[in-house]
Design a protein around this ligand. Structure first.
Ligand SMILES: *Cc1c(COP(=O)(O)O)cnc(C)c1O
Length: 416
């Protein structure tokens, strides 16, 4: 180890100011966490705050140029009450399975404001999509042919868009979804030939879906990817059988999870997007432009709350053993796509501030060292019965965790 930088303070989590602290207790939905726990009658649970989600949507709308449509990519949090709330606030929903599609349709949102992406759609998935009249983002030429067969059989003309695997990548993205060989979408260079075939099929061509990546906190990288996305759409439109009426430019706006990460600044993205929309108005005058976001709307609005069951010391380190962990919140344990494990921000929900602090490891009840929620974090001294609250837990939590692993009880979910 070098001494360089040894006097630099370690990176900190971004301040978590979305929830008030009243009488030293964290509040969510204006209710003290201890009372939420009492009302639910058990721990662990996920709690989501309606107002925090609404603020995210409103801020984005205020900041981004008029004319951009905001869609909620519901795999981030498919709890029906959350989806209903965001359906009321946004302009549409993006789904990735028939199960999600059923939840989306139940909100009453117009099917023309729902798009369905995802590789490996079965004929049953496609039939439901065709019957309900949503836009199907086609992931391959094989899928296109299967949709055409269903259209012929049913005498319908399904709305379709081509999901493009771009020929560029979103730099510095937490999860790269485009460029190189990918299971998602059709390689940009193969799209013109596909569009030629499409023009002879009973399909209603809507446009393109170009999603290059996720969880990005660098405005310049997002701006660059958006420029390339519009350029690619302009280029491909030349090969389209009819005017582009729908252009889904993906999303990628990230939220700060780990020490050293900061809230994404929106102003430059907004200015630049305004310019891109102006050139789109010129070059794709019929196109509605959609930004699809999942975690950006929900992550910060959610807490995962579990209870300290035991505290113990092992060879000089203190362990808080809780009744929650990896099986409920895989991402907070560091096992959902992270290369190097880092701590999510967390606090002692029922005693946020204290003069009596200690360094602890917060672990779950599973018999695996992977079941770790906080590694050497400084928290108020905690006892059994205290509540550990994990911030930034409103996305990729409940539905993205192996809840059957070790057969512990399921966590509850509430929207407040
Ligand atoms: C997962 C996904 C999203 C949402 O990503 P977030 O990082 O949660 O915003 C958007 N679009 C597509 C196609 C996706 O697969």
């Amino acid at each position: 180890m070098s001494d360089q930088g040894s006097n630099k303070p370690p990176p900190q989590h971004a301040p978590m100011s979305q929830f008030d602290v009243v009488e030293n207790c964290l509040q969510i939905g204006g209710i003290p966490l201890t009372e939420v726990a009492q009302r639910i009658g058990k721990t662990p649970f996920y709690a989501y705050d309606r107002e925090v989600m609404a603020n995210k949507v409103h801020t984005l709308r205020k900041t981004l140029p008029d004319g951009i449509q905001l869609h909620y990519a519901m795999k981030a949090n498919p709890m029906p009450a959350v989806v209903q709330h965001l359906a009321d606030l946004t302009d549409g929903l993006d789904v990735a399975s028939a199960g999600e599609l059923r939840i989306a349709l139940a909100t009453g949102v117009s099917p023309t404001c729902i798009s369905f992406a995802g590789p490996g759609k079965s004929d049953e998935d496609l039939q439901l999509a065709v019957d309900s009249g949503v836009i199907i983002n086609m992931e391959s030429t094989g899928e296109m042919q299967r949709i055409a067969a269903l259209a012929r059989a049913g005498g319908s003309r399904p709305k379709v868009a081509v999901r493009v695997n771009p020929d560029f990548e979103l730099k510095a993205a937490g999860m790269k979804m485009g460029s190189g060989p990918k299971p998602f979408g059709v390689d940009a260079e193969a799209v013109p030939a596909m569009l030629d075939t499409l023009s002879k099929l009973p399909l209603d061509f809507m446009g393109f879906h170009i999603f290059s990546g996720s969880q990005n906190l660098r405005a310049e990288a997002i701006i660059e990817a958006q420029s390339k996305t519009f350029e690619l759409a302009f280029r491909l439109a030349g090969a389209a059988p009819s005017p582009v009426r729908w252009l889904n430019i993906g999303g990628g706006l990230g939220v700060p999870y780990f020490p050293g990460e900061l809230t994404l600044p929106l102003n430059d993205i907004a200015t630049h997007l305004g310019l891109l929309l102006r050139s789109a108005a010129d070059r794709l005058p019929a196109a509605e432009v959609v930004l699809e976001l999942g975690r950006y709307f929900t992550a910060e609005a959610g807490l995962y709350v579990c209870e300290v069951v035991d505290r113990k010391v092992s060879r000089g380190e203190t362990f808080l053993v809780t009744n929650g962990g990896l099986h409920h919140h895989l991402a907070a344990s560091g096992n959902f796509g992270q290369v190097i494990r880092k701590n999510y921000p967390l606090c002692l929900g029922n005693r946020v501030h204290s003069n009596d602090m200690e360094q602890v490891n917060v672990v779950g009840p599973l018999c695996t060292p992977l079941d770790l929620l906080g590694h050497r974090m400084t928290l108020p001294v905690a006892r059994p019965g205290d509540l550990i609250a994990v911030y930034q837990s409103g996305a990729y939590g409940f539905s993205a965790s192996p809840r059957g692993f070790l057969s512990h009880p399921e966590p509850a979910q509430v929207l407040l």
